[in-house]
Design a protein around this ligand. Structure first.
Ligand code: NAG
Ligand code: NAG
Ligand code: NAG
Ligand code: NAG
Ligand code: NAG
Ligand code: NAG
Ligand code: NAG
Ligand code: NAG
Ligand code: NAG
Ligand code: NAG
Length: 878
């Protein structure tokens, strides 16, 4: 059969006969031939088809009541009035235009009979059009086989039951009322879900602190269901990412018109959507947060609700018109043209120049791209940009000579970048040869005219240099192309090739460099199981913590480097970042980012005069630590068991953001070394019972330690505290509901074993007694109960009964229901507690207690199990 003939006859048919009755709302399906328009729909909603149970409807809908010719064929969730799909997003119609269903599919015609949108050519004749209860609009043939489905052609939204497959994308709408394809894309790649704007990545699911990577399978599709958001691997039983959310019956994942990827849900009919997740959460990370070249005031704590503060860089002013953004004060400079073609017009010529947008700037795209080249001077960097039409500006870092390129389109910029990061925007100066007047700066064109050929030469040199550099890096798998963005999966590599060809090693430092940076190891800021930590300042003014490793079990340099490569590639907001290392002449040093608030123990147990850590801050620390651990356990290539979670290893950054340090180091330890035993004894309060018996060490061992830290966050003091209980109850708690002092066996003054006390208070539902008295009631009983219950579940004696860290995060966030602690697995605390109170007789009023603690450790018998441990257990499986 001749299809074009059919098409012609169709159009003819359209204007002669319409078989189906319009004005009626069909349920479940309609059969060809059928015609609908907004006017022939059900009066004023344009609805012509509903799903069997009325959950979804198909309608010709106008989102903007001001406009009379912007109608779309839409699928709408009835209860929440949410548009989940539109057919003709880029070809809106008027209220009299027609949607027609024929044996060939669906076609939308304007009043002149021109097709504005249609389904593609189908394999066989359409027998019916069905709208399913999930919201899928399906064309079926006579055998009920699907010929075409709206679920296969998502616009900006997916719903429960729909899948977004690897390689496919969602595209945002232009605005809330204009559904035409906007400039933001969400794409599912084989390893991630990424947001892009004109080819520049501005968010990745894998880097979002809320997402959990469960496995490293290649991704197959993304979906939502009533309990959460999921990304599945090739093997459909394997989850790659997951985001547990509250149970609901309608949920969508949508790329909003402003560029944010959102997940929202509604539970009840008539209820509007509630947002459950948003990425990026920081509004300044949205490419056009402040318009083109607007300066977004970076506010790391900004939530989705707080709109960013926008301003213009100096030498720029707010652009006129409603496009927003900023333009240079120097009006002659046009930013609109990326490249000019001077050969077309002999009377005007244009040259490239660079205009500064200041120091300390950041561009959203650079977070996810590596410099196009390292170790060059500014003019080389400018030269690379000048000669490239897609380059619109550069960011240049003097200390490392890193050169980043801004490509394709210019978005907003952030302040709050590294101090020596200079931003330059490529500008096009047009000046008429006939009329020199318009040229602003004297002599400028001359400079530019000289600069261009030089830039070309420099480019050539850089090319040669780059090719040589590439050769030296040939062993690396990573593909590096000139000008091509380097994937961030491997951390940045310096130009010098590493001798052992281990991919992904972080930056190497010479011993001498670190000696200078730390002023000959002058400022000691900590010491721990693995060695001592010094404060240092790198030549680029970054402050770092340099850890000199002493107790090292791994002998070979290569093994050491292999471990470092693993640690160096772990990036998470709640993990202290390894910036580099030194392995030279027997020295083993690690260079970490510096955390300005120090460790949790100092902030939490701080002495007199130290401000009290507020409840919300404690919650933030708990959640951050839990997320960091969850990432170590299930987010990395290899599972990493920390083995030494304690407040000393939880460092705090600005705003009390928690970051875990020393992860991955337990692999470096050798149990034969005495250092280990010191460590384990030093942190005995956090050690899970399985350390003392012969059972295997697993990630649940960290869960136990986390539970112990959680208890300390609640009480604000060490679990093995020497403060007398009666003192704390009389003075600090006013309303203990007559439960005062009833708590049995360890009621001696002098020492309390807080985990046991927490268990007893849990049994009596007297949670307020557990809260840090210094909070003076600035916490509710529900909040304390929540943390106590989570903590008790984490310290279950049986590791199998402890939740995993992903679940703990869910509980802390509130998405996962709170569990009931299991008494049968907590009774061991009573035994521990008794030991403590016996030992406390010798401890008495010792306020600081360190000497006493040592004595206590030595005298307490249940530490004797150490000899059972094999080296395998101590380093732990990865
Ligand atoms: C429609 O609703 C009825 C009653 O609420 C329910 O039993 C049935 O499963 C629903 N059908 C579909 C397709 O959801
Ligand atoms: C197609 O499906 C409908 C409803 O599900 C059913 O009534 C009909 O018999 C089916 N037709 C064929 C040919 O399977
Ligand atoms: C909708 O957005 C598109 C693309 O941005 C634009 O071309 C069109 O004019 C807009 N329509 C209306 C009614 O604003
Ligand atoms: C979004 O993705 C589509 C399909 O991959 C592509 O054609 C389009 O150019 C992208 N849009 C932008 C603004 O990057
Ligand atoms: C949602 O999907 C997840 C992952 O497959 C699954 O574990 C969960 O049971 C699903 N929820 C429902 C209600 O089907
Ligand atoms: C999918 O994964 C499950 C569990 O890991 C495994 O049992 C099954 O064999 C896998 N299937 C395929 C096709 O790989
Ligand atoms: C520049 O102009 C020439 C001649 O008009 C044309 O052939 C060429 O494609 C143009 N180049 C660009 C980059 O526009
Ligand atoms: C530009 O100049 C060349 C010779 O210098 C001449 O042949 C050409 O016609 C001129 N083009 C225009 C547009 O004036
Ligand atoms: C920048 O580096 C290039 C090549 O390394 C060199 O030729 C040029 O002189 C340098 N420019 C400045 C200003 O140092
Ligand atoms: C410009 O730079 C981009 C990215 O760095 C690169 O992909 C492109 O090939 C370059 N174009 C030219 C003409 O060099």
């Amino acid at each position: 059969m001749n299809l074009s003939f059919i098409n012609l006859s169709l159009i003819f048919l359209l204007f002669t006969t319409s078989t189906s009755v319009s004005g009626k709302i069909f349920s479940d399906h309609i059969s060809p031939d059928f015609t609908a328009s907004y006017l022939t729909g059900d009066g004023n909603t344009g609805t012509f088809l509903v799903s069997r149970n009325n959950t979804f409807k198909a309608a010709i809908f106008n989102p903007d009541k001001q406009q009379t010719s912007f109608f779309y064929l839409c699928i709408i969730h009835s209860a929440s009035n949410t548009i989940i799909w539109s057919a003709n997003r880029d070809a809106p119609i008027s209220n009299s235009d027609i949607v027609k269903l024929t044996g060939e599919g669906i076609t939308i015609f304007d009043k002149n009979g021109n097709s504005k949108w249609s389904t593609p050519t189908l394999k066989s004749q359409v027998k019916k059009l069905s709208l399913t209860e999930m919201g899928n609009l399906v064309l079926l043939d006579q055998f009920n086989h699907s010929l075409w489905e709206s679920f296969q052609h998502p616009t900006d939204t997916i719903v429960i039951g729909q899948r977004l497959s690897v390689g496919s994308s969602l595209s945002s709408a232009s605005s809330s009322s204009n559904f035409s394809t906007g400039n933001y894309n969400l794409t599912i790649t084989s390893s991630d879900a990424i947001l892009q704007w004109f080819g520049q990545t501005y968010w990745k699911l894998s880097v979002d602190s809320k997402a959990y990577r469960i496995s490293h399978d290649d991704i197959q599709y993304m979906t939502v269901n009533t309990t959460g958001f999921y990304i599945f691997g090739h093997n459909e039983t394997v989850l790659v990412y997951q985001l547990g959310l509250s149970v609901t019956n309608f949920r969508i994942a949508k790329l909003a018109y402003n560029g944010q990827f959102t997940i929202s849900s509604s539970q009840l009919s008539g209820e509007s959507l509630k947002q459950e997740f948003v990425g990026p959460n920081d509004a300044c990370q949205i490419p056009l947060a402040c318009g083109r070249l607007g300066l977004c005031n970076d506010n790391t704590l900004s939530s989705s609700s707080s709109s960013p503060g926008c301003s213009c860089p100096s030498n720029f002013h707010v652009a006129s018109g409603n496009s927003g953004g900023c333009v240079p004060n120097d009006g002659s400079r046009s930013l609109s043209l990326a490249c000019t073609n001077s050969s077309t017009n002999n009377h005007s010529q244009s040259v490239v120049s660079f205009l500064s947008i200041g120091y300390g700037v950041r561009y959203f795209g650079n977070k996810y791209s590596d410099p196009i080249i390292y170790g060059v001077n500014l003019s080389v960097c400018q030269g690379l940009c000048s000669s490239n039409c897609s380059c619109l500006g550069i960011l240049y870092r003097n200390s490392s000579g890193s050169c980043y390129m801004i490509e394709n389109e210019l978005g907003s910029i952030n302040n709050g970048g590294e101090g020596d990061m200079l931003g330059l925007i490529k500008t096009n100066v047009r000046f008429d040869i006939d009329n020199e007047e318009t040229s602003q700066k004297d002599g400028f064109p001359v400079i530019a005219a000289v600069l261009l050929p030089i830039a070309g030469m420099i480019l050539l040199m850089v090319l040669v240099f780059f090719v040589m550099w590439r050769k030296s890096r040939k062993s690396k798998k990573q593909e590096v192309k000139l000008g091509k963005q380097i994937s961030i999966s491997h951390s940045s590599c310096e130009l010098d090739s590493d001798p052992f060809s281990i991919p992904g090693l972080p930056m190497r430092f010479d011993y001498e460099e670190l000696e200078v940076a730390t002023d000959n190891f002058k400022t000691l800021i900590g010491s721990g199981a693995f060695g001592v930590v010094y404060k240092g300042v790198l030549p680029d003014k970054t402050i770092v913590a340099v850890k000199k490793i002493i107790n090292i079990g791994i002998q070979g340099k290569k093994d050491f480097l292999a471990e470092i490569a693993v640690i160096g590639n772990i990036h998470h907001v709640n993990l202290v970042r390894l910036k580099g290392f030194c392995a030279q002449r027997g020295h083993r040093m690690l260079v970490y980012e510096y955390m300005n608030r120090g460790s949790l123990d100092r902030n939490l147990f701080g002495g007199v005069g130290q401000p009290v850590l507020e409840w919300q801050e404690r919650l933030d620390v708990a959640l951050g630590t839990a997320r960091g651990l969850a990432y170590l356990h299930s987010g990395c290539e290899q599972k990493i068991i920390h083995c030494d979670i304690k407040p000393e290893n939880i460092l705090l950054h600005d705003h009390f953001q928690a970051r875990i340090s020393d992860f991955g180091l337990s692999k470096l330890l050798s149990p034969e070394q005495s250092g280990l035993f010191t460590t384990m004894r030093g942190t005995r309060g956090y050690l899970a019972p399985e350390w003392l018996t012969n059972s295997a060490i697993s990630e649940k061992t960290d869960v136990y330690s986390f539970g112990m830290v959680l208890l300390e966050l609640i009480s604000g003091r060490k679990n093995c505290s020497f403060k007398s209980r009666s003192h704390s109850m009389d003075d600090d708690h006013k309303n203990s509901n007559g439960n005062n002092g009833n708590s049995s066996n360890s009621s001696t003054t002098g020492l309390i074993y807080f985990p046991l006390y927490a268990l007893e208070m849990h049994e009596q539902k007297s949670y307020m007694d557990l809260a840090d008295p210094r909070l003076e009631g600035r916490v509710t009983i529900d909040e304390v109960e929540k943390l106590v219950r989570i903590a008790l579940c984490c310290v279950h004696e049986d590791p199998a009964l402890r939740p995993n860290m992903v679940t703990v995060v869910g509980m802390l966030e509130g998405g996962t229901p709170l569990p009931q602690p299991r008494m049968e697995s907590l009774n061991f605390l009573r035994f521990y507690g008794r030991r403590f109170s016996e030992a406390s007789v010798i401890a008495e009023e010792n306020e600081h207690g360190s000497a006493m603690m040592q004595q206590l450790r030595d005298s307490t018998r249940f530490v004797s199990g150490f000899s059972y441990m094999s080296s395998q257990q101590i380093s732990g499986p990865r």
